[in-house]
Design a protein around this ligand. Structure first.
Ligand SMILES: [Zn+2]
Length: 394
């Protein structure tokens, strides 16, 4: 697709969370090839793909009415998710993480999600004041799986984030290294003099390299990696390191922000990058390195918080995440790599078992709803109103 206006996949303007547009369901096994000339089939493209039930290794569930509104869409596809701690106020202690976990279970009950169908993996929000004792409490709880580093001011609700990692967090980082607690990194510097498109590359140079050097055995996840520099660093760095990749960074380049006008629902942080970076991400996600895995960074905001003078960052993708990822993997001709990326690499890094059960995608068009009602307003999902070529089978 030369020119790459808005990358590959919105192919023919078809795109969705899955309101199926046709019902040509076929039986599925692992990947079922389409017969030549089959109705609606594309030669060489499977008509269905069955994978182990996947996990989302980077997710914003929010709280209150938003949490109630989004939890069902998550649990329909994912068995587990690493739940981000950037609430107001942030989840800075194990006690707050366990309270939040109870509220998630409450939301699951109200949404009729079976309590065993979805497991929230809780995280702490690292601050300048996080102690080694708090890290030990988190580990002992058996319910906290990572500690999130937000450089102060990097994204939504990050005002309480770290101001200087090496000056203030050495005690906490040492405890994390000792106890095997992963550090989940929002990898952007926030200095006003750094171009917003360069923030990740500069972060690697200024923060990641010294951090790796000082704590060589610390488990690190570079969350929502968006650049060729990030991918190269994670693939080749010494020590236990991995990265999550969002569906929107696999499918879109920065042109999507300006397609026909200003498009707030494509605005996220880290921001969409140039096409060369998108291609590097797609190669990493579909390649052989086990260091890359699925993290949607699905980040719901009420419509009014996105469509305004100073709109919030974040793309809401949870309900149609697997359809988006399958579309990206199909564009690279590597649907065979989806299972490793979505189901196996993440558990291997976190030292957790692979899920039981399966999820089947069919090559059946589904339409992304224009918006989704929640108490107090609505959320506009990414690619609202468009049609995607893949659907999650019921
Ligand atoms: Zn995030």
């Amino acid at each position: 697709m030369p020119g790459y206006d808005v990358a590959v996949v919105f192919l023919s303007g078809r795109l969705a969370m899955c309101i199926k547009e046709s019902s040509s369901n076929r039986s599925h096994s692992s990947t079922e090839e389409s017969p030549a000339g089959g109705v609606g089939a594309t030669p060489g493209v499977p008509v269905s793909v069955t994978i182990t039930r996947p996990d989302d290794w980077h997710l914003h569930l929010r709280d209150g009415a938003l949490l109630d509104g989004v939890i069902g869409g998550v649990a329909r596809q994912f068995a587990r998710a690493i739940v981000m701690p950037n609430l107001v106020p942030p989840v800075v202690s194990t006690a707050l993480a366990l309270d939040y976990r109870r509220r998630i279970h409450g939301a699951m009950r109200r949404a009729d999600v079976d309590q065993t169908a979805f497991t929230p993996l809780m995280t702490l929000y690292l601050t300048d004041d996080t102690t080694a004792d708090e890290i030990a409490r988190a580990r002992d709880s058996g319910l906290v799986y990572g500690v999130k580093l937000y450089p102060a001011g990097a994204t939504t609700n990050s005002a309480a984030g770290v101001t200087n990692l090496m000056a203030h967090c050495v005690g906490a980082l040492g405890a994390m290294q000792r106890l095997g607690m992963p550090l989940l990194v929002h990898g952007e510097v926030t200095d006003a003099d750094i171009d917003v498109f360069d923030r990740e590359a500069v972060f690697i140079e200024r923060v990641m390299v010294p951090l790796r050097h000082r704590f060589p055995a610390l488990k690190i996840v570079l969350e929502h990696v968006t650049t060729r520099e990030g991918v190269d660093y994670v693939r080749d760095a010494p020590g236990p390191i991995a990265a999550t990749i969002t569906a929107h960074h696999l499918l879109y380049n920065r042109n999507a922000l300006f397609r026909g006008g200003l498009r707030p629902h494509w605005y996220c942080l880290p921001i969409l990058k140039r096409e060369t970076h998108r291609q590097a991400l797609l190669a990493a996600a579909t390649g052989d390195s086990g260091r890359f895995f699925l993290g949607t960074d699905s980040a719901p905001h009420l419509k009014g918080a996105k469509e305004r003078d100073c709109g919030c960052a974040g793309c809401y993708t949870s309900p149609h995440a697997l359809a988006l990822y399958a579309t990206a993997f199909e564009s690279a001709g590597r649907l065979d790599r989806l299972e490793a990326f979505a189901c196996r690499n993440g558990p291997a890094f976190y030292g957790l078992p692979v899920n039981g059960g399966t999820l089947t995608l069919t090559r059946t068009a589904c339409r992304v709803p224009p918006e989704m009602a929640v108490e107090g307003g609505s959320i506009v999902p990414l690619a609202a109103g468009e049609s995607l070529p893949w659907s999650v089978a019921a």
